[in-house]
Ligand binder design. Structure first.
Ligand SMILES: C[S@@+](CC[C@H](N)C(=O)[O-])C[C@H]1O[C@@H](n2cnc3c(N)ncnc32)[C@H](O)[C@@H]1O
Length: 275
């Protein structure tokens, strides 16, 4: 197991299902995050062809206009098998940087948290592919985990010890902000795991001091020894990555209405048509 959200090719005896069931906001979208997606998507009443990057069930269940078609792409077959709620065949195995669809096929492309998996080089590959499969004027909407460069491990540990965390995943995304050193290096998940354990002494102490349910730490435990790196994006850099090539314009930034909303804004970009 490399990460609960990136399990690799094998299911390892149902681990994906078991771990995903313990995921919490903000890594899973809360109702406020979903409301922000809905606002950014500019849903009318015309049926939409939608492409989802990943298999987030709550995004599949957004109030899409009647007769819309929702298609998903995820590189993990176990995630599709255990998490995707749509009909068989509506999610396919594939890499977001080589989308298996013809040009201008979709009205919307949506990703909840997917930019976390992409460093500066692969984000350009993704942008090129999304530009290809979106029709002119179509929207790309994504909830992004922001690199809060004023976060520190000391402040985070203090909040753990005061029992002030909302969820174990709040601890995780704040630790990634505190420990990431550059966009190019990203944040190795094993580093975040090791640093938190060193500071708290043991997982038992971490759980007890946080006051949170032990089950919430199952996804965190699965990252011990992980080879995966995530990338936390400053809002300015992610907007620049999507707009500096001229094929997208930034149309909105929606801050979800919850305590951590500023750490996971929903951004919308419009595919520019031919000049
Ligand atoms: C959409 S993201 C974020 C998780 C999301 N917030 C949720 O609620 O499920 C998670 C998914 O991205 C997939 N993934 C990561 N990088 C990918 C890539 N380059 N191509 C295809 N799928 C990818 C992983 O397999 C995982 O299922």
């Amino acid at each position: 197991m490399r990460s609960p959200f990136d399990p690799g090719p094998g299911d390892e005896a149902g681990a994906v299902q078991r771990i995903y069931a313990q995921q919490t906001p903000p890594l899973l979208p809360s109702s406020a995050d979903l409301a922000a997606h809905e606002a950014a998507l500019a849903l009318g009443s015309t049926p939409l062809n939608v492409l989802m990057l990943g298999v987030t069930p709550a995004v599949y269940r957004l109030p899409w206009p009647p007769h819309s078609a929702i298609q998903a792409v995820d590189r993990s077959l176990p995630m599709i098998q255990h998490v995707w709620p749509g009909p068989v065949g509506s999610a396919q195995v594939g890499d977001w940087t080589h989308l298996p669809f013809p040009a201008e096929r979709f009205d919307r492309v949506i990703s909840d948290g997917g930019m976390l998996f992409l460093g500066p080089a692969s984000i350009d590959e993704l942008r090129t592919e999304v530009a290809r499969v979106l029709r002119p004027d179509g929207l790309f909407v994504t909830r992004v985990y922001v690199w809060n460069q004023s976060e520190t491990l000391d402040r985070l540990i203090d909040d753990v010890e005061r029992g002030a965390l909302s969820t174990a995943n709040e601890m995780r995304i704040r630790s990634w902000s505190a420990l990431q050193t550059s966009l190019d290096v990203g944040i190795p998940l094993s580093t975040a795991f090791d640093e938190l354990l060193v500071r708290m002494g043991s997982i038992e102490n971490l759980v007890e001091r946080s006051g949170l349910a032990a089950e919430q730490f199952v996804p965190f435990l699965a990252t011990a020894g992980s080879t995966l790196r995530y990338t936390m994006w400053p809002t300015h850099d992610i907007i620049a990555a999507w707009t500096s090539h001229g094929d997208f314009e930034h149309v909105s930034t929606t801050i979800p209405g919850h305590q951590l909303g500023s750490l996971c804004p929903v951004l919308a970009f419009r595919r520019r048509g031919p000049a």
